[in-house]
Design a protein around this ligand. Structure first.
Ligand SMILES: C[S@@+](CC[C@H](N)C(=O)[O-])C[C@H]1O[C@@H](n2cnc3c(N)ncnc32)[C@H](O)[C@@H]1O
Length: 211
């Protein structure tokens, strides 16, 4: 069965395969992406999760940190892009790297204790991805979604409404509704804590559990 938004996913996959070599630039990683990853690591540590998947793992920095810093039983990194996964595989042999879309994950029902995703949610078919996160989590399992970028202004959203599954950054309220619709209990939502001089990056973390 084809994943939802398949054509759009193909475009996103091709873009990230081309962008992969630039993605690990140290300043980009340190100032843009790392603060959200630090918060996800703290959430996973507090939850005690042992079977963890990082969805849209990109070049695998967060998944490799989860393996190195938390030493859980199993860590998976899932992404659609061959270029990003190639770099991820070179980074760590501790993580199991899998190719697939967030909307159709390669896990059995209830197989995981935690599902996390950083800086990629705006690319997803969000209701489908959250339903899939819910399916693969065990009861009590943790979901952590770190989103990046300000919500799309209403005009831009209306203009892109006719595209097939266009990239869309939801507002905090929209994310809370998406979580509830997927069956998650919201436990926390806040701006990602980051150094003052990087506050122009508007990222948000939303945490929930599967009842
Ligand atoms: C900005 S990178 C973020 C990578 C990583 N999560 C991080 O925080 O550094 C976006 C990644 O999302 C992946 N991606 C986009 N849409 C996806 C989808 N529907 N399913 C799986 N991966 C997806 C892309 O291939 C790309 O590797």
């Amino acid at each position: 069965m084809a994943a939802p938004g398949r054509n759009y996913n193909d475009v996103v996959t091709r873009f990230w395969s081309l962008a992969a070599p630039l993605y690990d630039l140290p300043f980009l990683q340190h100032w843009i992406y790392r603060p959200a990853q630090d918060e996800v690591l703290a959430q996973l540590h507090a939850h005690g999760a042992q079977r963890i998947a990082d969805i849209a793992c990109g070049t695998g920095i967060l998944a490799a940190r989860i393996a190195d810093e938390l030493h859980p039983e199993q860590v998976y990194g899932v992404d659609m892009s061959d270029g990003m996964l190639r770099q991820a595989r070179a980074r760590s042999a501790e993580v199991q790297w899998l190719k697939g879309p967030a909307e159709q994950l390669p896990f059995d029902d209830g197989a995981l204790d935690a599902v996390v995703t950083t800086s990629a949610f705006h690319f997803f078919d969000q209701p489908a991805a959250l339903r899939e996160f819910h399916r693969v989590l065990r009861p009590g399992g943790l979901v952590a979604v770190a989103t990046i970028g300000p919500p799309q202004p209403p005009l831009l959203r209306r203009l892109s409404a006719n595209l097939s599954n266009p990239s869309h950054s939801p507002s905090p309220q929209e994310i809370r509704v998406l979580f509830a619709d997927a069956g998650f209990t919201l436990t926390d939502q806040h701006r990602v804590r980051r150094p003052l001089w990087t506050m122009a990056v508007r990222d948000l973390i939303t945490i929930g559990t599967r009842a």
